[in-house]
Design a protein around this ligand. Structure first.
Ligand SMILES: [Zn+2]
Length: 424
């Protein structure tokens, strides 16, 4: 498409986004808690990120609560809070069947992705995610003809033109298929993005990593440093290719183990079974996904659905005041406070503090994957602070906007596209 026929702006879910004059690459560093940046900036380990922060823009934004991967990636890619896009966890309870349902289907995502709207208008767009569970929602309604691309590094060996808009990804990147639990799964996403940008012009790219490293290693551990150095080098390469590089995260990460290294867990289904009888209420851990080895499906936010006699007030009274519990909310309070979709919300929402996580039944959580590591996980309000870093300065309107109210991470494309536009 030549510049004469491209629109000045593209609208997605009620907001207008300016057409980028240079490639814009938004990277979601999964589990990229601001603590990693603080540590590695102090170590002098991430010079490119430091330069972006100095020459461009940097802030700590509010992510979506629950601070899980799926809700936050959908917030970022649609430019809306969860109340609009509808993805409020990895799982929710289908009250008709009483079964927990995985929330990764594109039919559950409400509204459009910013990428799909730009592709429709003729932009060249790319979406690459580490975990395949995100791929179909990130690629919702994305026209994969005309050079647009959507795939995961987890399934990089299975890409077809029809499903992904690309084939031969392993050959393109020149690397073997990365392991599901490895830092290479994330680095592959960035290396593929770099290869695609080297090969042809792209208007808009979204590169979403995995939090394997952050679940396993604290900011001061050598492996975390090695990972961030590898990221930093690739961010530098993207910038050298002419891109505006925008970094954010889906959620943070906290150590939730005690002095002896044992996880601090509130086993909520066990506790409520004891109080009200087995299965009178149903606890759903919305962190649950195929990648449970590094967190054992333990997170900082769970949902409780009433299934029998116990009332909302009785359930809340049984949980309030438990050590490590930060908030116990009824449905409408939780939806108002965290901007969540009411039709997918539970009767009671429970949030743990920074040092504690919540599980359902102790017998149902497999913690063997921790293999001697301290439990690090996320989901609560204490893991909802995320960085937004832009490699170029913001225009005056967006500098003012950021100074006036804490940015939300669902505004990252707004900052990336509208905030970097200079009046030509
Ligand atoms: Zn995540």
């Amino acid at each position: 498409m030549n510049s004469a026929s491209r629109p000045d702006t593209v609208s997605a879910n009620g907001l207008r986004y300016h057409w980028p004059t240079r490639p814009v690459v938004v990277v979601c560093i999964d589990g990229g808690d601001p603590a990693y940046l603080r540590q590695l900036l102090a170590d002098g380990a991430i010079p490119n990120i430091r330069r972006f922060m100095t020459q461009g823009f940097a802030t700590v934004a509010d992510g979506t609560v629950p601070s899980f991967t799926c809700p936050n990636n959908m917030s970022i890619i649609t430019g809306t809070p969860a109340s609009k896009h509808g993805i409020s966890g990895n799982y929710y309870l289908d009250v008709a069947t009483g079964q927990a349902v995985v929330m990764t289907g594109p039919e559950l995502l409400r509204g459009d992705t910013i990428l799909a709207r730009f592709a429709e208008a003729g932009a060249k767009v790319v979406s690459i995610t580490a975990k395949d569970k995100l791929r179909r929602q990130l690629g919702k309604n994305l026209d994969l003809r005309r050079g647009n691309v959507s795939f995961s590094s987890e399934h990089a060996d299975r890409c077809t033109l029809a499903e992904n808009g690309i084939e031969g990804v392993l050959e393109l990147v020149g690397q073997p298929l990365p392991g599901m639990y490895s830092m290479e799964l994330s680095l592959f996403v960035l290396d593929a993005g770099i290869k695609l940008l080297e090969a042809a012009h792209r208007d808009l790219m979204f590169l979403s990593l995995t939090d394997y490293v952050q679940h396993k290693y604290a900011p001061d551990e050598a492996e975390a440093k090695r990972f961030y150095q590898a990221l930093d080098q690739r961010f530098g390469r993207l910038e050298a290719l002419g891109a505006i590089v925008v970094l954010t995260a889906d959620h943070g990460m906290n150590d939730k183990s005690d002095a002896a290294g044992e996880p601090n867990v509130v086993w909520l289904q066990d506790l409520l079974d004891d109080k009200f009888g087995k299965d009178d209420v149903k606890v759903v851990c919305p962190i649950t996904d195929a990648f449970v080895a590094h967190h054992g499906a333990l997170g900082g936010f769970v949902r409780v659905w009433l299934r029998g006699k116990a009332t909302v007030q009785q359930v809340m009274a049984a949980i309030v005041g438990l050590p490590g519990i930060e908030a116990v909310l009824d449905k409408s309070t939780a939806c108002t406070l965290y901007d969540l979709p009411a039709d997918r919300e539970a009767d009671v929402v429970v949030v743990s503090d920074a040092g504690t996580c919540i599980g359902a039944r102790a017998a149902d959580h497999d913690l063997s994957g921790l293999a001697g590591h301290r439990l690090r996980t996320h989901g609560g309000v204490s893991e909802a602070k995320v960085p937004i870093i832009v490699s170029v300065p913001l225009n005056e309107a967006y500098r003012l906007k950021a100074a006036t109210a804490t940015p939300k991470s669902w505004q990252v494309f707004d900052y990336a596209l509208n905030g970097t536009r200079t009046s030509a």
